[in-house]
Design a binder for this molecule. Structure first.
Ligand code: FES
Length: 114
């Protein structure tokens, strides 16, 4: 196995479902945020106007219950911002810029609210 294949194998796979329902399965590099992965791969619906400063809520996503416990817990700043987002859903809404990619997120599926 080449080094490239090994690196690719180790990258967590994350699937973004865009607002039209199209799935975008991506290799997500650890250390990046989910927002950065989405933007780098042109996933529709993630505008990221503030560049990840937790100040715009244009990276709003929904996360299934099963995955919420595996994510970095929501902090007060993210909670205050995401509550202002259109179509906010308590307990499901998160900001993609506040979620770092880690190995245990392999298989994660998130829905882009747009
Ligand atoms: S990119 Fe602005 S809040 Fe996430």
């Amino acid at each position: 196995m080449s080094r490239l294949q090994k690196e690719s194998k180790e990258m967590p796979k994350v699937t973004f479902i865009d607002p039209t329902g199209k799935e975008h399965p991506l290799d997500a590099k650890e250390g990046y945020s989910l927002m950065e992965v989405a933007v780098e791969n042109d996933v529709p619906g993630i505008e990221a106007d503030c560049g990840g400063a937790c100040a715009c809520a244009t990276c709003h996503i929904y996360v299934e219950d099963d995955w919420l416990a595996k994510l970095t817990p929501i902090d007060d700043g993210e909670e205050a911002m995401v509550e202002c987002a259109d179509e906010y859903k308590e307990g499901t809404s998160r900001l993609a810029c506040q979620i770092p990619v880690v190995e245990k997120l392999n298989g994660l599926v998130v829905k882009v609210v747009g």
